[in-house]
Each structure stands twice: as C-alpha cells, then as structure tokens.
Design a protein around this ligand. Structure first.
Ligand SMILES: [Zn+2]
Length: 241
C-alpha cells in the first residue's frame, strides 16, 4: 500500500483522520471515543480506538502534525490574539495563514480519502487531487478559495468541547459544503471550485492572519438540532461517568 499523500511505498502509520489532539477531550474515562451520529439507529456510538486508517507514511504524518499542533494552539490556546468580540462573533488576528489553511485542507482531504463508514458523505472527486497538490507543495491558495467557516456551537448558552458529529453534505449557493463538528466547533468546508465567488475570505482564515468565528446556538442549526436530544443524553452520560 502506498502513502495516500506522497505515494511512496514507505510503511504506513495508522493515521488519525481527525488529528489526535481533537479526540482527547472526547474520550470517556474508559478511553472509549464518544461520537454522536445523526443516524437514529446509531446514536451514542462508542468507538474503542478512535477513527484511524492506514493512510500516511512517517514523513507525511510529520508534515501534518506541524500544522495540527499550530492550529490546536490557535483554537484552544493563546496563539491567536483577540481582535474584537460580540455576542455572535469572535474576531481573531495574528494567525499564520498558510499553516492554519493547510491544516484545514489536510482535514478535508483526509475525510475524502478515508474509507471508513464514518466518512462516507465526503467525496471531493477531482478536487481531491487538487487539494493533494496543495498539501504536497504547501500552497494555501487564496483565502477565497476552498474557504472554511468555523462556528463554536453553544448548547443552552454554554460551549462544550467534548463532542463530535460525523460529516454531512449540503448545497449552498451552488457550492458543495461539507460540515463536521469536532470538539464542539462546526467546520463548514466550501469544497467547490466556484466557492471563491462567495468572497468568504473576510470570515474564513485570510492572508491578513484574521478569522471570524460565528457563535451559534445548537438549536439554530438544523444539522445539529435534529440530534440535540441524543447529544444532551450523551453529554449527560459523559459528565456522570
Ligand atoms: Zn507519505
């Protein structure tokens, strides 16, 4: 089996599709991964070992982990500086655009190349090769190209970083958008070559190193509100255990 990114025949690692750091808060005390599925028959699933696949060689794992470590500090540490804040938006500045954008590309690309059932909604088609090229050449493109909007999701006014929802696919203004909740943050990837016409670069991470996060209540997002009941139950269980 060759590495999905560099196509070398070096031994493959059992790679995380979503980076390791993003699972840590999601493990329960028995080290089972808590996921919440939008499929009513598969709610409150526990995945013992996380969502891994044999995907990348050592060198490509190291490439991705550099972008991931940095992005973790932006999202959950103090690497980014606060530009301004309102009830609905958090405007961050001082972010390294290429590193953060390439992290987002790596996430979207991995979800597309992964074979597991959890990722079945994500299929980039010909754009998969385009993103692979960007990752291999460390090219973040412009902020209007393949933008990703980040939205911390509140549950009854509170943010909880300990939950994950599998990706879904919707159409927005003629663009395919893949959404996934990781650590309580809704990522909306605009995976379309026409997405640049939406001019989302003022919200997504941009060349000025700025990004606006839109804070939203879970019940205002249909994708989330449909499973709010399951979510409330799962989070309740996690806190009790
Ligand atoms: Zn490789």
């Amino acid at each position: 089996m060759k590495c999905a990114l560099c196509h070398s025949l070096n031994p493959l690692r059992n790679s995380h599709i979503i980076p390791e750091f993003q699972y840590k808060p999601i493990y329960d005390p028995k080290h089972r991964l808590l996921t919440i599925s939008s499929n009513p028959h598969k709610r409150d699933r526990y995945v013992q070992k996380g969502l891994r696949e044999e995907l990348l060689c050592d060198a490509c794992e190291i490439l991705f982990s550099g972008w991931e470590d940095y992005s973790f500090r932006v999202l959950f540490g103090d690497t980014a500086k606060l530009h301004s804040k309102t009830e609905k938006t958090i405007h961050l500045k001082g972010i390294d655009y290429p590193k953060f954008k390439l992290f987002l590309f790596s996430l979207l690309w991995r979800m597309s190349v992964a074979k597991g059932d959890f990722w079945k909604e994500v299929n980039l088609g010909p754009l998969e090769a385009r993103l692979r090229e960007c990752l291999l050449t460390s090219d973040p493109l412009t902020s209007d190209e393949f933008p990703c909007l980040l939205c911390p999701v509140l549950i009854d006014g509170h943010y909880d970083s300990g939950w994950l929802m599998p990706p879904d696919k919707i159409r927005v203004n003629g663009c395919t958008v893949y959404r996934i909740i990781i650590n309580g943050i809704l990522f909306s990837f605009f995976a379309s070559s026409q997405a640049d016409q939406l001019k989302l670069g003022s919200y997504s991470i941009n060349e000025k190193g700025e990004m606006k996060l839109i804070v939203e209540e879970a019940r205002q997002i249909p994708y989330v509100s449909q499973i709010l009941l399951a979510l409330g139950k799962a989070i309740h269980q996690r806190k009790d255990s």
